[in-house]
Design a protein around this ligand. Sequence first.
Ligand code: UD1
Ligand code: UDP
Length: 355
Amino acid sequence: MKIIHIVGARPNFMKAAPAIAALHKRGLKQTIIHTGQHYDKNMSEVFFQELCIPLPDINLGVGSGSHAVQTAQIMIKFEEVVLKETPDLVVVYGDINSTAAAALVCAKLGIRLAHVEAGLRSRDRSMPEEINRLVVDQLADLLFTPSQDGDENLKREGIASEKIHFVGNLMIDTLVRQLPHAKRPDFKFALGKYVLVTLHRPSNVDEPIMLEKLMKTVDEASREILVIFPIHPRTRQRLASINYKPTTSNLQLIDPVGYLEFLALQRDATAVVTDSGGIQEETTYLGVPCLTVRENTERPITVEVGTNMLVGQDMCRLKKELSSILSGHAKKGQIPLLWDGMAGERVADIISKLK
Ligand code: UD1
Ligand code: UDP
């Protein structure tokens, strides 16, 4: 059987690594296609090195663009590859534009499609990722869910039960494997207690008024505790366009860091403030309190079972919950079912039995 994996942006790499490794163990022939959606060294290449992912066989080199331009370019270039390679199965990950573009190509060419991280729903169609999730799950033949809410969402949307496989969380497989190798970055500043911040959702960073409100809150927090903020390229651009400068060196705006460094930063943080999908999950596994600056989440299990709390876009709520954590009243959580480091093996078992 010939398998193609499609990856394109930072959160794909942690999800693909365990599936590729587990399929390799079973002797299956695999091709890795990078769409080029993310291209900076610290948004892509670094993860291939750290997570020992074989280098992509092909990079489609699409780069950045509007949703339609990016999606369409991936479709045009990926179709050529599929016609040449004639895979038996294409595996897509998560909810980014690369995932949806590849899924559409496969569906039109009648190529079997597997979706890792199926079934997640925020029920917020203003999120580009929610549109991608809905499209991909309608088209996929094999749907691998990270939590049982995913199975319920899919069944409610009329997806046949035999296509749905609750396998657990592949992003957590990578965390389990790499946690012993986590290493703090070499900072020029002293690292005592700190809050770790990441923000990149268009709903938080593309609107200057919201971004200014958020930065004011983060800046205020840094008067009480060191704040470390590795800045996503989208956010870096938006901060430049509002000419933002921190008022104190206790707010450290740094470039995105590698996975092993970011893992150590999460593990040792007093709290994490984020709008990332993957970071809601990783903090839940690590038992680190997480405040999510969003009105909803497609990962409700991190709130119901884990350490995550949604504070919405309400800055008073963010300040209140952050000071409650800093004064020692952090939410405790547990690790969700099948977030056990073996999800990639379950995926590979199912794929290797395909006729
Ligand atoms: C994308 C995903 C989002 C995911 C995020 C992970 C979609 C619709 N969005 O958002 O779901 O959470 O990746 O990080 O697929 N840029 C660079 N260098 C890079 C990549 C991007 O400078 O290597 C800049 C470009 O100016 C680009 C902007 O960041 O226009 C946004 O990149 P894009 O991939 O379109 O969306 P993300 O916000 O990264
Ligand atoms: N991450 C990283 N370096 C950073 C920030 C995040 O390695 O500077 C990792 C993080 O540990 C997680 C993934 O990137 O594994 C999350 O990606 P991101 O937040 O970009 O996307 P999302 O999960 O929101 O789609």
